[in-house]
Design a protein. Structure first.
Length: 68
């Protein structure tokens, strides 16, 4: 299952992020544990905190996508 969330509030912020070192280093994102994320959400962790991309290795692109 793929989850994608816009990190940015507007076009200018999104443009800046896509030209950042952080995006260059990891344009795919990282693996997440959806159950742990849901548990944090239900326990009241602020959305702003939940939307921060955690540190970790880049998520693998499934071969079915034809991009690997």
């Amino acid at each position: 299952m793929e989850f994608q969330v816009d990190c940015c509030a507007g076009a200018e912020e999104a443009h800046a992020f896509m030209h950042s070192d952080a995006f260059s280093a990891n344009p795919i994102g990282v693996e997440i544990d959806p159950d742990a994320l849901l548990m944090q959400y239900r326990s009241g962790v602020p959305l702003a905190t939940l939307l921060i991309q955690p540190a970790g290795p880049m998520s693998q692109i499934p071969p079915e996508h034809g991009l690997a």
